[in-house]
Design a protein around this ligand. Structure first.
Ligand SMILES: Nc1nc2c(ncn2[C@@H]2O[C@H](COP(=O)(O)OP(=O)(O)OP(=O)(O)O)[C@@H](O)[C@H]2O)c(=O)[nH]1
Ligand SMILES: [Mg+2]
Length: 403
């Protein structure tokens, strides 16, 4: 055994996609003792805070999970040499690791890069500036041990709160939350404090997903892209910063909005909708051609021709949608019976769409006096959305298959 009074070497900064491996990459025979918790401490100019936070966290964790945790400081090459201060502490704190990033910057990516290098089953994050009380960590850990996939320290449950925030900061924080609820209710609404930067998540819940956070709010990214079923929350009081400076600026609010919209788009089946629209367009030509043939070549009556050609269009659309737009889903629901069932549902939904179409045009044109072409355009748009959405939910329904 060598005595370890030399500082640990710095962790290699992972590159490429922001993706957490399912199994920790650098788990060697020597370190194969299962690491339970990897806690990332992102830092930017926190040299004054780093000794205290490392000391406090070590003291707490040594009591409950000695030697099966790691603290990972991820510093963005701070000019106050935070990374060096941390590295010099490693002889005294064997669970401490340090990453110095020189090429990338930003809080969220720092956290993910740290997790990529982590060995733990549970991945966590805490601010370096002591605004996140270290003691809350044990409560978060307890939540995880009870089976939570995500444990969030929240300012808005139980004994949670903020210490001396100005009215404007409180207002901005709540405003951001409300905005999140409007844009992404299914994500932001799952936690009482979506802005929290103090939480733990089970590795499996996010492993293999490509994360691409914009700005500061990594929790939203984890909730939005991860596979999180059970969420636990623990109240805490956000402390005042005593040393160092805040890095929060207006830019963070803009980035937050951008982040919400990116996630919103990622959640909407945009590609599918475009394919659905394209197929719908092809249906118009089939409908027209068959109508022409029935009228001219066969000499059928107007109504019968219209009905038959519309049905030909519907069948055309169904086949393409089944093969292409929703191909991935229909391939997992094989068999003629199932296919016929999908066709019948599709038919029924399109028929309802047609009725809506007529109703909307009448409402807009006759009752509200809207120009008839604009009315027709609104009707087509609404009915296409209706057709797409209801077919997605009913005809090509996926019973919760994880991508
Ligand atoms: N690696 C890295 N860490 C960052 C970056 N920006 C902020 N941090 C760290 O992330 C944590 C939170 O940042 P703060 O500036 O304290 O943000 P805040 O706590 O929301 O705001 P304050 O109440 O003003 O402190 C701190 O530990 C920072 O040092 C960054 O660009 N890179
Ligand atoms: Mg802070």
């Amino acid at each position: 055994m060598t005595t370890t009074n030399k500082p640990h070497s710095l962790l290699t900064v992972p590159t490429g996609l922001l993706q957490i491996p399912t199994v920790a990459k650098n788990t060697t025979e020597l370190s194969s003792q299962d690491i339970k918790l990897s806690l990332v401490i992102p830092t930017y100019k926190e040299s004054e805070n780093i000794p205290t936070i490392v000391q406090k966290l070590t003291q707490l964790l040594d009591d409950v999970i000695p030697s099966v945790y790691e603290l990972i400081v991820v510093d963005d090459n701070s000019s106050d040499l935070t990374w060096e201060v941390a590295q010099n502490m490693t002889p005294e704190y064997p669970q401490l690791q340090v990453m110095r990033r020189e090429k990338e910057r930003g809080l969220s990516t720092a956290v993910i890069r740290g997790w990529q290098a982590a060995r733990g089953k549970i991945l966590g994050v805490i601010d370096a500036d002591l605004q996140h009380p270290p003691e809350t960590l044990l409560k978060l850990l307890a939540e995880m041990e009870q089976g939570a996939d995500l444990a969030v320290a929240s300012r808005h449950v139980g004994e949670g709160g903020v210490s001396e925030w100005s009215l404007i900061r409180r207002f901005l924080s709540r405003g951001a939350q409300v905005l999140g609820l409007i844009i992404l209710p299914g994500v932001v609404g799952r936690v009482s404090d979506p802005m929290s930067g103090y939480f733990m998540v089970r590795r499996e819940a996010i492993a293999g997903k490509t994360l691409s956070p914009v700005g500061y709010k990594i929790l939203i990214e984890v909730l939005g892209r991860g596979n999180v079923r059970w969420v636990g929350e623990v109240g805490y009081v956000f402390q005042e910063r005593l040393e160092g400076e805040s890095k929060v600026t207006w830019k963070q609010y803009i980035e937050y909005l951008q982040h919400l919209l990116t996630l919103r788009l990622a959640k909407w089946p945009v590609g599918r909708f475009i394919r659905f629209g394209t197929v719908g367009f092809s249906g118009v030509f089939v409908d027209m051609t068959v109508f022409y043939l029935l009228r001219e070549a066969v000499g059928l009556g107007l109504t019968s021709s219209a009905i038959l050609s519309a049905e030909a269009g519907i069948i055309n659309n169904f086949l393409w949608n089944d093969l292409w737009t929703f191909g991935d889903i229909s391939r997992s629901q094989r068999g003629w019976r199932k296919r016929v069932k999908r066709l019948l549902k599709f038919n029924l939904i399109c028929l309802t769409g047609l009725i809506f179409n007529v109703l909307i045009i009448n409402l807009l044109f006759n009752l509200l006096g809207v120009n008839e072409y604009i009315a027709k355009l609104i009707a087509i748009t609404t009915v296409t959305l209706w057709n797409f959405w209801v077919n997605l939910k009913l005809s090509w329904r996926v019973t919760q298959v994880d991508k």
